[in-house]
Design a protein around this ligand. Structure first.
Ligand code: PEP
Length: 260
């Protein structure tokens, strides 16, 4: 069985002080609730780069993973403003978000960039969280499966079959991110089913049984249960609702109760 994963994408929010305050509140609730329970849900928090070292220090040895929201794929060199996979690893990150729609649409990240980043992440022992999703225009034109399959094929082009358990996919319809308009859980499960089919087509039948696929797009405590009830959906990538420790803890608890 695939272990559920609830991941926080803080985007460009929280100073280091605010990140530490969140960590204190969330940590207390999380350890109290799941102490001795072998944490049945994986938790991941992705702060802005500057918050990474502080959160890694606070959560060192604890069952809370810290990740980055982006990175460059080169090892080092003349790449002003960029962060390398080994820098993230050195800071204590275990995951990195790759190809978020804001990276693709605001910063012009391409499918080729995403595939380089996925390869570099795996080479450095970082688990990539690969984001894919269609725009509203794609959906209205009936291109959702085609667009998401093509993004998956590009992102997995440098991945080996045995690396699939270290990869996470987040299906995030662009029109649902930060809009308060979540996808219908059945529709999300349908797209994720097709994503699994695409991965099986690339790597062989049932490979995707070992691939965690999350849903992302306006997830909150009031709707996460309906997503977690879908067998295809292994968790959530959460933006806005992950900024409040109480709300984020509720998401983890509901995910746990629904999936066990
Ligand atoms: C995201 O940032 O990946 C996201 C899904 O944001 P939100 O939950 O705010 O829609």
């Amino acid at each position: 069985m695939r272990k559920p994963l609830i991941a926080a994408n803080w985007k460009m929010n929280k100073t280091t002080g605010e990140a530490l305050s969140f960590a204190g509140s969330f940590g207390q609730m999380f350890y109290e609730r799941f102490e001795g329970d072998d944490t049945p849900v994986d938790v991941l928090i992705c702060p802005p780069f500057l918050g990474v070292p502080a959160l890694c220090a606070v959560f060192a040895g604890k069952p809370v993973n810290v990740g980055a929201q982006n990175m460059y794929w080169k090892e080092k060199g003349a790449f002003t403003g960029e962060i390398s996979p080994s820098m993230l690893k050195d800071a204590g990150c275990s995951f990195v978000i790759v190809g978020h729609s804001e990276r693709r649409h605001v910063f012009g990240e391409t499918d080729e960039d995403v595939s380089e980043k996925v390869r570099a992440a795996l080479d450095h022992g970082l688990k990539p969280v690969i984001c894919v999703g269609e725009t509203l225009e794609d959906r209205e034109q009936g291109k959702t499966h085609e667009v998401t399959s093509n993004m998956i094929k590009a992102a997995f082009s440098k991945v080996k079959a045995e690396e699939i358990p270290s990869v996470v996919v987040a299906y995030e319809p662009v029109w649902a991110i930060g809009t308060g308009k979540e996808a219908k859980p059945g529709d999300a499960a349908d797209v994720i089913g097709n994503i699994r089919k695409t991965v099986d087509g690339l790597f062989g039948e049932a490979t995707s049984d070992n691939l965690r696929v999350l849903y992302g797009g306006s997830v909150k405590s009031g709707n996460i249960r309906s997503f977690m009830l879908e067998e295809q959906i292994d968790g959530a990538l959460v933006g806005g609702a992950s900024l409040d420790p109480n709300e984020f803890f509720k998401l983890v608890e509901i995910a746990h109760k629904t999936k066990r």
